[in-house]
Write a protein that binds this ligand. Sequence first.
Ligand code: AN0
Ligand code: CP
Length: 317
Amino acid sequence: MKHFTSVKEIGPLSKALELANEVKTNPFGYKDLGRDKTLLMVFFNSSLRTRLSTQKAAMNLGMNVIVLDVNQGAWKLETERGVIMDGDKSEHILEAIPVMGSYCDIIGVRSFAKLENKSDDYNEVILNQFIEYSGKPVFSMEAATRHPLQSFADLITIEEFKTVKRPKVVLTWAPHPKALPQAVPNSFAEWMNETDYEFVITHPEGYELSEQFSGKARIEYDVKKAYEGADFIYAKNWSVFKDPHYGQIMNLDRSWMVDEAKMALTNNAKFMHCLPVRRNMIVSDEVIDSPASIVIPEAANRVVSAQTVIREILKSL
Ligand code: AN0
Ligand code: CP
């Protein structure tokens, strides 16, 4: 594997899960693979889990790690083509990217959707320029439309906690005060559609994801029906995808919060969320503090997904 931006590059999920299992059972077994190799992690947006788990994963593989927070201490980067650079941006991404590439062997990039221009976001203009101009393997640490390291960790977690062969997995929209990208739900749906699980998406009308991602999932607008018999409730907020309201919040309906009453409709479902999560907006204290919540082991599996991906990229260098 050279680049990792979506479920497509990882190959069959059964094989990916085998590789993840190898990494989980023997995390220090491949320390020589990354010796004298450098990972550069570039963040255009904030992060707790991705930053720490990806660095830990690279260190487990014996790599050196450099982290750049573009918005803290670096020159402000221009990303538009053909502009007269007479504003506050001192450097163009067209120079910055190959320079960054010259200092490392692998690059991880976090670059969220700006939610201003759907075509820029859905064409992944930042991530694709790293792929085109860095000369190095690039992996996504959440780009505009997907968060594949998160979805891979989610899959590993579901496999660990499922009690039936073919669980019912429900992705539910939940309210949030700020507009958030569709990357996490898009990506989760893309990965779930590659499994043989029963996969249902529930959200208020108007919050339909791009069909490129929702694919063959069943869309259920009746939240109670969606929860019935579920084995996993995966909550996430996202902003509107559909035009003309792309990137906007249309609804703060608190009845969509994950609470005990709705969880009681499930088959003893586990509660999942990628974190960070706003308590008593997305999920009630009672649910996230209950034994049903597996958000901490889910976050812990971010090391496993990152290490599995970086290991595959290192093998191909
Ligand atoms: C981000 C998002 O919704 O994409 C990152 C999630 C991993 N969340 C926030 O900005 C709160
Ligand atoms: N889940 C996740 O990616 O968290 P961070 O934004 O803290 O990295």
